[in-house]
Ligand binder design. Structure first.
Ligand code: NDP
Length: 296
C-alpha cells in the first residue's frame, strides 16, 4: 500500500474537542448552552443508530440534546406542528429531521418548514441557494466534513481537478459546490456518465458518493490522487462467520490504496466527520442566533 490514510476518526475527535471548548466558553461568558433537536419518525434501524449516536455526541460536547421520536404513522400536520414549535423555541438552535421519512410524508415540504437559521443539515432550499451563490449558508454536514479533510491534507485546493461521483442533494451536489468555491475544476459523474473510468482517471481528487460497494477500482485512479470515500455499504462477510457482515465504501480500498496518494477508510473516514460537522453547525447556528462571533 502506498496511500496515506486520512484518519477521519481522529480528525473528528479534534473537531469535537474544539466544539466542546467553544461550548464551555459560551456557557461561562454568556450563559448560553447550544441545543440540538433531532426528530426521528418511525423505526428504521439504521436511523435509530444514527440518532442515538448523534444524541450521545451532542451531550459529550456539552450541548443540550432534544430527541423527538414519533411513530411511523405520524401525520404531516403533526410533524409540521412539532417543527413549528422547535422553530420558535429559543433553547433549540439546530433542528435535524432524520431522513428518510416514511413514504406518506413529503420530505421537501418538511425540510423546507425548518427555520433556515436552525437548519443544521443545510438541506433547506434557502441554504442550498445561499451555498450555490457563494453566500453564508448552513452547509450539509457530510460534504463539509469531506472538504475539511481535503483542506487539511492539501492546504489549497485551487486549480485541482475534482471528480465527484454521485449527484444527490445531500452529498454529491453540495460537495461539488464546495469544491467549486475552493476553486477546483469540478466534474460531477453519475449513473449516466459515459466512460466513467476515464473521467475519474483525470481527477486529482475523487469523492465517491454512490452507494455501490467497492465500485471504484484502483485502475480508475490517477497515481497520487486523493480519494474521499463517502459510501457506507454493508456486505456479506462469510470469512467472519456465517451470517456476518462488514462495512465497505464505494471504493475498492485494497486496489485504490495501491495507486492513490491518500484515501479515507470505511469505516473511520467520512462517517465520524459528518457528526462532528453537525455539532459544529449547531454551534455556528447558536452563535449566529445570539449575535456572537462565529467559531473558526
Ligand atoms: P443516492 O442514492 O441519493 O445517490 C447516489 C448517486 O450515485 C446518484 O447520483 C446516482 O446517479 C449515482 N450512481 C448510482 N450508480 C452509479 C454508477 N454505477 N455509476 C456512477 N454513479 C452512480 O445516495 P447518497 O448521495 O445519499 O449516498 C451515497 C453513499 O454515501 C451511500 O453509500 C450512503 O450510505 C453514503 N452516505 C454516507 C454518509 C456518511 O456520513 N458517511 C452520509 C450520507 C450518505 P443518478 O443520479 O444518475 O441515479
Amino acid at each position: 500500500m502506498t496511500a496515506q490514510i486520512i484518519d477521519g476518526k481522529a480528525f473528528a475527535a479534534t473537531v469535537r474537542g474544539k466544539v466542546a471548548e467553544h461550548v464551555t466558553r459560551l456557557k461561562a461568558d454568556h450563559g448560553i448552552t447550544p441545543g440540538l433537536a433531532v426528530v426521528l419518525v418511525g423505526e428504521d434501524p439504521a436511523s435509530q443508530v444514527y440518532v442515538r449516536s448523534k444524541g450521545k455526541m451532542t451531550v459529550e460536547v456539552g450541548m443540550n440534546s432534544y430527541e423527538h421520536k414519533l411513530p411511523a404513522e405520524t401525520s404531516e400536520a403533526e410533524l409540521l406542528a412539532l417543527i413549528d414549535q422547535l422553530n420558535t423555541d429559543p433553547a433549540v438552535h439546530g433542528i435535524l429531521v432524520q431522513l428518510p421519512l416514511p413514504g406518506h410524508l413529503n420530505e421537501d415540504l418538511v425540510i423546507n418548514s425548518i427555520d433556515p437559521a436552525k437548519d443544521v443539515d443545510g438541506f433547506h432550499i434557502s441554504n442550498v441557494g445561499l451555498l450555490a451563490t457563494g453566500q453564508k449558508a448552513m452547509v450539509p454536514c457530510t460534504p463539509l466534513g469531506c472538504l475539511m479533510m481535503l483542506r487539511d491534507y492539501h492546504g489549497s485546493l485551487s486549480g485541482l481537478n475534482a471528480v465527484v461521483i454521485g449527484r444527490s442533494n445531500i452529498v454529491g451536489k453540495p460537495m461539488a459546490q464546495l469544491l467549486l468555491r475552493d476553486s477546483c475544476t469540478v466534474t460531477i459523474a453519475h449513473s449516466r456518465t459515459r466512460d466513467i473510468e476515464e473521467v475519474v482517471r483525470r481527477a486529482d481528487i475523487v469523492v465517491a458518493a454512490v452507494g455501490r460497494p467497492e465500485m471504484v477500482k484502483g485502475g480508475w485512479i490517477k497515481p497520487g490522487a486523493t480519494i474521499i470515500d463517502v459510501g457506507i455499504n454493508r456486505i456479506d462477510a462469510p470469512e467472519k462467520g456465517e451470517g456476518k457482515t462488514r462495512l465497505v465504501g464505494d471504493c475498492d480500498f485494497a486496489s485504490c490504496a495501491e495507486v492513490a496518494g491518500a484515501i479515507t477508510p470505511v469505516p473511520g473516514g467520512v462517517g465520524p466527520m459528518t457528526i462532528a460537522c453537525l455539532l459544529a453547525n449547531t454551534l455556528t447556528a447558536c452563535s449566529r442566533a445570539n449575535g456572537l462571533a462565529e467559531p473558526e
